[in-house]
Design a protein. Structure first.
Length: 268
């Protein structure tokens, strides 16, 4: 099973090694970067659950250096992953600048950490952000390989996906297990393709059960997310009412992650 991947960007290579070993012992996969260009490449190309970025990413001795903060600012409209600003300077103006909302909308970072607070403080911040949203994956049997890829990517992003192929144990009643998993899920992802849109069978029953649960939620809640695995018609009348995500597009998976994270922030 994949583990959540964290980007750790800092110009102090000794600190990077210590922090990487600490976080990997706690079950995370850590990718390190020592400069803004490398950090940006990782954010754009890898499935990162969260990024921890040094405020002065280029030069700790240069008070004018805001390279880490500038990287976070530049990535706001490109990537929706949560970001933590890290620094060894306990300065209130750094914290305010990192956490203040931009144009009245969202803050550049979701937390601000001073290194002297220790690695346990970093771990606490990371685990408070990577809330384990439970996600049910609904798919047609011919799409199992593509659904497995979605499952692995969601796990890497820090979520807890449920998929019959991976989650039902030997000897369990599979129909009871599926119904229980749907009712417990925070999100229901309907993986749609040419194999599934006109397909009869248990997938349609899963969707009907999810629609019944959706009816009990508020109108603006995000719960049922249609996700197209390929270019296909969405024929289900109720699913057509919802904005779908195209996973076959270059930014498709990031849009799915963003939808889940927006849904997690909504009050219930």
């Amino acid at each position: 099973m994949s583990t959540p991947t964290i980007l750790l960007a800092d110009n102090d290579e000794v600190f990077l090694q210590i922090a990487q070993e600490f976080l990997e012992r706690r079950g995370y996969h850590v990718i390190c970067a020592t400069n803004p260009l490398r950090a940006r490449d990782i954010i754009e190309q890898a499935h990162i659950a969260l990024a921890v970025i040094d405020y002065r990413l280029m030069d700790d001795l240069d008070e004018r250096d805001k390279s880490g903060l500038n990287l976070v600012r530049a990535m706001m409209t490109i990537n929706s992953i949560p970001k933590i600003i890290l620094t060894k300077f306990d300065r209130s103006d750094y914290a305010v600048e990192s956490l203040k909302p931009i144009k009245g909308e969202i803050a550049m970072a979701v937390d601000f950490i001073v290194k002297q607070e220790g690695l346990e403080r970093m771990l606490q911040a990371i685990e408070s952000i990577l809330v384990k949203a439970r996600i049910f994956l609904c798919y047609a049997r011919p799409d199992e390989e593509k659904a497995l890829s979605v499952y692995e990517n969601l796990t890497t992003a820090g979520f807890v996906p449920w998929m019959d192929k991976k989650s039902i144990q030997g000897g369990e009643n599979w129909e009871v297990s599926i119904r229980r998993a749907i009712r417990k899920a925070d999100f229901f992802i309907a993986c749609l393709s040419k194999n599934s849109v006109n397909r009869r069978g248990f997938m349609q029953r899963e969707i009907r059960l999810a629609l019944n649960i959706w009816d009990e939620k508020l109108e603006d809640d995000i719960y049922l997310i249609p996700a197209r695995l390929e270019d296909c018609d969405v024929t289900h009348e109720k699913l057509r009412e919802l904005q779908w995500v195209d996973l076959f597009e270059p930014d498709g998976f990031q849009r799915l992650i963003q939808a889940i994270r927006v849904g997690m922030r909504k009050p219930y």
